[in-house]
Design a protein around this ligand. Structure first.
Ligand SMILES: C[S@@+](CC[C@H](N)C(=O)[O-])C[C@H]1O[C@@H](n2cnc3c(N)ncnc32)[C@H](O)[C@@H]1O
Length: 417
């Protein structure tokens, strides 16, 4: 039976009114986050308590959080150090007592600063290229002061928790437009009036995240979760912890190369630079499809779409092709460490380039098919609440946009003995 016959729309997967920020899911935004309800429903259908889940492109760890609530151990991989930090923090058992005493210590300093009994000392401001372009002098001083306070926190898990709130604060108090994931500065005439309350914003995030943490710790099962610095295209996946391989994959890979689809690296850059994380400016190049590839994919479900694009724009066709070569290689590596009775659930969007639709869902089913997986079904859902750019530039010409993905596909394949 063809992939198409097993593909159907199911609006019950839209989760239109669902709270997507429960538990630690509220910690930090990120482009194209999976909504927890999808992972939760898939775990209910295919998860087995005590077994192992893999998310090869885990981002901020939505599947891993849900696995720990469900009772599955999990391993996540991502090339982006900022999201690895977020995913780790979202799945870690953090001592609420230690957290409270550190929050109190920081709040006391805020109080002294606000009431003039202390002054923001000349804490060193990190040497970040172009910093003045993105932050006012006042904001830089406040962020540097915060960082100094955070660095005094000894408990690593608590420090990471506070760093995550700091990271989201950095983006919010910068001159970046919030309407886009890319780094675009707000218009010049608005700069002067932009005077964010750095400590106030940070404090709100700490309080919000603490509430999320409390509900998470109440429900979290006693399972392992580990997050690895792994480029899944390069085939360096972590050896399976369970004997025989991972049993379940719930993941959402990138929709296309970061340069023309979702700019994960640009989104993370300012925070990553303040936190001196590695590769702060290289994530989009390291991501799938980030480097050119001369090989041409033949006889795959995307081949005819790539040929059509090629007849319009050869360069774009090569970029698109490079992404699918990477995705295919990454799937080969993932399939090699899955058990003989495993299920994969890939949430993918079929993006449009030069008005040609790329059937990524079929490509995923085809790629796993080469490793003994059978396509079970593809559920099509509307995207009412995922943070995605609703418009992109398929022509890659500034100003030329068209509506992009309003739907995504949950591709489910299974390998049985
Ligand atoms: C759609 S996002 C995942 C979002 C995640 N499900 C969440 O809820 O936050 C895709 C992720 O793939 C990562 N990525 C891109 N190329 C990768 C590669 N070659 N290996 C591992 N991760 C990669 C990106 O850094 C990004 O975080």
């Amino acid at each position: 039976m063809s992939v198409w016959n097993l593909k159907y729309k199911d609006e019950s997967w839209d989760f239109r009114t669902a709270d997507t920020k429960e538990y630690t899911h509220c910690f930090h935004t990120y482009p194209a986050m999976m909504i927890p309800q999808i992972a939760r429903e898939l775990l209910n259908q295919y998860g087995v308590e005590g077994e192992w889940l893999l998310d090869p492109y885990c981002g901020t760890g939505t599947s891993l959080v849900e696995a720990s609530l469900f009772g599955m151990h999990s391993v996540g991989c991502d090339i982006n150090p900022l999201v690895r930090l977020i995913a780790t923090t979202k799945t870690t058992h953090i001592s609420l007592n230690t957290l409270d005493s550190e929050i109190n210590r920081i709040n006391e300093t805020f109080f002294e600063l606000e009431f003039g009994t202390a002054k923001i000392t000349d804490t060193p401001i990190p040497d970040i290229p172009n910093l003045d372009y993105w932050f006012s002098d006042e904001v830089k001083k406040h962020l540097a002061c915060l960082l100094t306070l955070i660095n005094k926190v000894e408990d690593k898990a608590v420090r990471n928790f506070i760093i995550v709130a700091f990271s989201e604060t950095v983006r919010e108090v910068s001159y970046t437009r919030t309407s886009t994931f890319k780094l675009h500065r707000i218009p010049a005439e608005k700069l002067e009036n932009f005077q964010p309350d750095v400590f106030g914003i940070f404090r709100k995030k700490i309080n919000r995240n603490k509430q999320g943490l409390i509900t998470y710790l109440e429900k979290r099962k006693d399972v392992e979760a580990s997050i690895c610095d792994v480029n899944t295209v390069a085939g360096e996946l972590p050896m399976p912890k369970p004997i025989g391989g991972y049993n379940l994959v719930i993941t959402s890979p990138p929709y296309g190369d970061s340069q023309t689809t979702v700019a994960y690296g640009q989104f993370s850059r300012l925070s990553a630079e303040w936190l001196e994380l590695p590769n702060a400016r290289k994530i989009d190049k390291l991501a799938m499809g980030g480097s050119p590839n001369k090989e041409i994919l033949k006889n795959s479900p995307i081949s005819s779409a790539v040929e059509k694009i090629q007849s319009i724009d050869e360069k774009r066709a090569h970029e698109v092709n490079a992404f699918y070569i990477d995705l295919g290689q990454s799937i080969d590596s993932v399939a090699n460490i899955l058990s003989r009775r495993s299920t994969i659930c890939y949430v993918v969007g079929n993006r449009r380039v030069k008005d040609v639709i790329l059937p990524t869902d079929e490509f995923v089913a085809y790629s796993f098919g080469k490793h003994g997986f059978t396509h079970k079904e593809t559920i099509v859902r509307n995207i009412p609440n995922k943070r995605m750019p609703k418009k992109n530039s398929p022509s890659n010409i500034v100003g030329q946009t068209s509506s992009t993905m309003n739907e995504e596909n949950i591709v489910i394949c299974q390998r049985t003995d």
